[in-house]
Design a protein. Structure first.
Length: 202
């Protein structure tokens, strides 16, 4: 079981919507009781994560089946197979395995309305997956993916306007559920610690 702990502290933000302009909520499934009770709210106290007010280290798995829109994921057999297997049965197996958290990698380009691979239907698939996961009592990490499997092209690997637009597409539909955490950008490349690079993360 992989522990998702201190290494995520710099990359995660609780779902408050701060600094990102929200979009209209996704209606298809989110407001049908997706959010759990405060017992699994995630907060930060000093250098610790708390879940339901108690110190917590996530026991989680990463699911890759939501990493790209249908057209792009169809080009990668293993990712496409993961998409087809996704559902309540898979999440039941995740819980039986002992996990309390699911990390979804999602496509930066697929959520950016200005990207050539933007797909509103894909946004709906991701939000439905998050809603189902929350209904089943699991916490969620949403990881913004810019690398090859996501179908995103010409990314610098650092947060930019594309990243902001992509997050706007998601946060507007999930704000208020404090059982969801956001990983700003997956695996950024090694960069020198310069004011410009630091500013990209602020």
């Amino acid at each position: 079981m992989r522990k998702m702990a201190a290494a995520l502290c710099l990359a995660l933000a609780l779902v408050t919507g701060a600094g990102v302009a929200p979009t209209a909520p996704f209606v298809a499934g989110w407001h049908a009781g997706a959010a759990q009770a405060a017992s699994d709210d995630i907060t930060i106290e000093g250098n610790r994560f708390l879940r339901g007010g108690r110190p917590w280290v996530a026991e989680g798995v990463t699911l890759i089946g939501m990493v790209a829109p249908d057209k792009q994921i169809a080009e990668r057999a293993s990712y496409n197979a993961a998409r087809k297997r996704f559902g309540a049965d898979m999440l039941t197996a995740v819980k039986a395995y002992g996990a309390d958290t699911v990390r979804y990698q999602v496509s930066q380009g697929g959520h950016d309305p200005q990207s050539p691979i933007y797909d509103p239907a894909y946004r709906g698939q991701v939000l439905d997956a998050i809603a189902l996961t929350r209904k089943m009592g699991l916490n969620v990490i949403v990881s913004m993916q810019w690398q090859g499997p996501s179908g995103t092209k010409n990314s610098s690997g650092m947060p930019d306007d594309t990243t902001r637009r992509a997050w706007s597409s998601i946060i507007g539909a999930t704000a208020g559920d404090r059982g969801i955490m956001l990983e700003r950008l997956n695996a950024p490349p090694g960069k020198e610690h310069t004011p410009a690079n630091r500013a990209a993360w602020q």
